[in-house]
Design a protein around this ligand. Sequence first.
Ligand SMILES: Cc1cc2nc3c(=O)[nH]c(=O)nc-3n(C[C@H](O)[C@H](O)[C@H](O)COP(=O)(O)OP(=O)(O)OC[C@H]3O[C@@H](n4cnc5c(N)ncnc54)[C@H](O)[C@@H]3O)c2cc1C
Length: 501
Amino acid sequence: MSFKKIVVLGGGPIGLFCAIEAAQTFNSGKVTLVEMRADEYSRMNVPALPTPVGKHLEHLQIKAQAVGKSGAAPLSQIETAIHEKAVSCGVKMKEGWVAVDIIGKEKRSDGRFKSMAITIAQWDHAKKAASTKKREIISADLLILAVGASGIENDLFKKTLGFDTETLNASNFAIYGVYTKTYDASLQSKLQNEVKSIAMATAISTDNSEYLLLTLKQATPADFALLKQNSTKLRECMDVAGRAYQGQVMHELNAKDKAVGAFEVKIKRARHVISPKFPALLVGDAAVSPHPQAGTGLLTGFHGFEALQDLLQALKAVHRSSDEAVDAICAFEDSYEIYLSAKALEGTVIILNHLIGLVDAYEKSCDVDFAKAKGVEAKYLIRFNALGGNLLRIKMQSQVNRALRFAEMLHADVNRLDTKANRTPRSMFDLSGKLDDSLSKTPVTGTMQSNDSIKVLWKDIGDTYIELMQLTQSYKPLQDAIQKLSTALPPKPVQPQGVSV
Ligand SMILES: Cc1cc2nc3c(=O)[nH]c(=O)nc-3n(C[C@H](O)[C@H](O)[C@H](O)COP(=O)(O)OP(=O)(O)OC[C@H]3O[C@@H](n4cnc5c(N)ncnc54)[C@H](O)[C@@H]3O)c2cc1C
């Protein structure tokens, strides 16, 4: 007898893909998806569509519905299409519900459980609490956790299931806007370059709008706080950036509230993707949250989904309570975990490079302040701060080097696994494209300390970040850059009659 019951927690794109696959592999009536949100999908960010995800949408016969003619669409449209497919495949949906308790069943001699009983409760969005009355118990032979980056920070998953996450305590900041195509006026390419000097820009066209994501190269928490707390400022900022970046099409922001957003880019990874005791595993952003500038959140999650496809096939061939079933679940960890660490390192390198850019800009601003400063004492203080920046740059450059060295080691590990499994060895690019890039630009130097680890590296980066934030606490380069850009822009063209935005 093959596997009986599978529960997926989290109905984002990756959880939905997993639920469909489980329903198609096993008896569809035995797959339940539990999703906290009860309302319609509404996220307006537009993920770049990686080829394997596009092919899978085609395989599910929902590509046109998910991404339209342009091949790109807001996440909400993609999720809605996959959701409909999941329902048509017989996945039982529990929307507006969360898991509140998990009890292990069928304990083996080594302490691992073969199955579990999951108590789910209706989620009260107003109170942000689970109902104490509306509850149900569902049993599961396999639990797939696809609850996203913030969802995994839950005592039930950490204490009961034993999942552990690590977060890099250093951030970048990103902002995005969704634009209509109302106007047609071109601007000097100089302005586009100015936007590029403050941010890494990703622009994607969908059937109905233009999406612009800016990962800010030089923004401090003070800059970000102003944008996060003041939606008018954020709108103004995206308006200026949109007009300057691609004047022809990005003229007017979509009027909807969710058309602009600002988020802190945090890199996080799970230390293990299978529970030490339960038949439960992590996929998607719950396992690793990559850097958006790498543009591969969906692709990273999809990699976990592909590993799950292999696992489901392996489980189909064995009895649900057999040792082979437990072994198959444990094997899920091997190469997927290496991939996740590579994604975490990729994000680490991108974050560090932006912070080095921030130090460069800070030092330049010190030069300007120095020229203006009156009095020896003031001049000394500015020089002292600039020197502090210089020291932090040296530290961060060495941290980039350490991250790249770990990446090389992971690549060697994954090649060993591939050779063992008779697979064609993968290039670093398959692990992470941006690391490949960084390795070719910055050859790794020096030897590794025997006690070094990603954990130690992240701790060091976190300490350096605190020093950097102290040094730059009153520095707001983004505000200045936007101000400069804004004054350089020509006046907004008059809106043509009959066009509503
Ligand atoms: C602004 C922005 C821009 C982005 N741009 C890109 C891009 O250009 N390219 C790209 O590939 N990716 C991009 N991403 C990332 C991409 O959206 C994510 O990688 C992807 O959504 C992850 O899918 P997921 O299913 O793992 O998690 P999520 O999409 O986060 O879904 C998790 C789901 O779990 C639910 N949940 C949480 N806790 C619980 C619980 N306790 N019980 C039940 N359900 C729960 C949540 O409600 C949610 O529906 C971007 C993300 C953002 C925020």
